[in-house]
Design a protein around this ligand. Structure first.
Ligand code: MRU
Length: 338
């Protein structure tokens, strides 16, 4: 067991041969229950309902959804893929995984071969995260970091993207403390990231999302480290709502800003952030907390769940292919092709 193996003990996505078992992220941290998906439609529903969430994890789940469709009704594969693709719009890992499965189908893969492909997508994601952990941690030089949303084992095949860098940074003595924003309205930071950090014994404190600028002013954090749902060809990055304001506050306070994401999150076909579809979810998610209504009946809400951080506010994009400092189209093209 190396130093990093003591971190990262959770897995969100489990293949069981004829069904997909997902750790129900709606119920964490107080209940550990699983949802069994027995069809591609079940998987699409689980993605829509946030049973499974996080860009890489939904791509992996969708790949297994294609396997279920191939096992049950190969003649309906195209329909299943369309349904899975429509489950959430922003994270490009979903479309990337489905396109990879489609290429295997076009090459004549049967359900067994498609299972190999889905397994490869899952395994490669874990390996990418471990590698990005080292690359990202090498940029750190000690002190505190702030993260947003959940980018850990729960959001990926394991280890995590931004949280992977944090795990590697803590293991290497490059991070003394982690602050996690609670991430309203769905509380991925409060419910999921704090759960992972506490399990790993990493020194961490939760902050209200609205405390971030004040935290930066105090000098307690040297880096903001976040994941991504889609990185456009010029480096503009879509991530959980609130990321953009963190980047603005970081720039103002001289705090560095790092995006960590595998190449499956890079979308070179979208020129810049203006072309990224931002998911709008049910206002009800914002009108209450943990299922209890907190806002007067008759009130409405606007609930975009992602925003776009311009490349000009990003100090480094860390991928498993390498690190891009001060990202722009030229540097992105050099690493990812046109
Ligand atoms: O709505 P979610 O929970 O799926 O949003 C997740 C995020 O925004 C993550 O930061 C992103 O997907 C990267 S996860 C490694």
């Amino acid at each position: 067991m190396n130093d990093l193996d003591r971190y990262d003990t959770v897995r969100a996505v489990h293949w069981h041969g004829d069904h997909l078992r997902l750790l129900d992220q709606r119920r964490l941290p107080f209940e550990t229950v699983f949802v069994d998906c027995r069809s591609a439609a079940d998987v699409a529903q689980a993605i829509r309902d946030l049973v499974v969430r996080g860009a890489p994890a939904i791509g992996i789940a969708a790949a297994w959804g294609v396997v279920l469709a191939a096992q049950q009704a190969p003649e309906l594969l195209a329909e299943a893929i369309t349904q899975l693709r429509a489950s959430r719009p922003t994270a490009v890992n979903l479309m990337w995984a489905l396109e990879r499965m489609q290429r295997a189908i076009d090459a004549g893969a049967d359900a067994g071969r498609l299972a190999d492909e889905a397994r490869a997508i899952q395994d490669e994601d874990l390996a990418a995260n471990r590698h990005m952990g080292q690359l990202g941690a090498a940029l750190l030089s000690g002190g505190g970091v702030l993260t947003h949303c959940n980018t850990g084992s729960l959001a990926t095949a394991g280890f995590g993207t931004a949280l992977g860098v944090i795990r590697a940074g803590v293991a290497g003595g490059k991070i003394s403390k982690v602050y996690a924003g609670e991430t309203r309205p769905w509380l991925q930071g409060a419910r999921l990231t704090m759960w992972e950090l506490v399990q790993d014994g990493i020194p961490a404190q939760l902050i209200a999302d609205s405390a971030a600028a004040y935290l930066m002013r105090s000098g307690a954090v040297q880096w903001v480290i976040v994941g991504a749902d889609r990185i456009a060809a010029n480096g503009d990055t879509a991530n959980k709502i609130g990321t953009y304001q963190l980047a603005i506050a970081a720039k103002h306070h001289g705090v560095k800003f790092m995006v960590v994401a595998p190449s499956s999150t890079v979308d070179m076909a979208t020129p810049d952030g203006a072309g990224i579809e931002i998911e709008l979810r049910d206002p009800a998610e914002l009108l209450g907390v943990a299922g209890t209504r907190t806002v007067v009946e008759g009130a409405n809400a606007w609930n975009p769940v992602f925003d776009v951080t311009p490349a000009s506010l990003i100090d480094a994009i860390v991928t498993e292919r390498g690190v891009i400092e001060r990202p722009n189209r030229k540097a992105m093209t050099a690493l990812f092709g046109a």
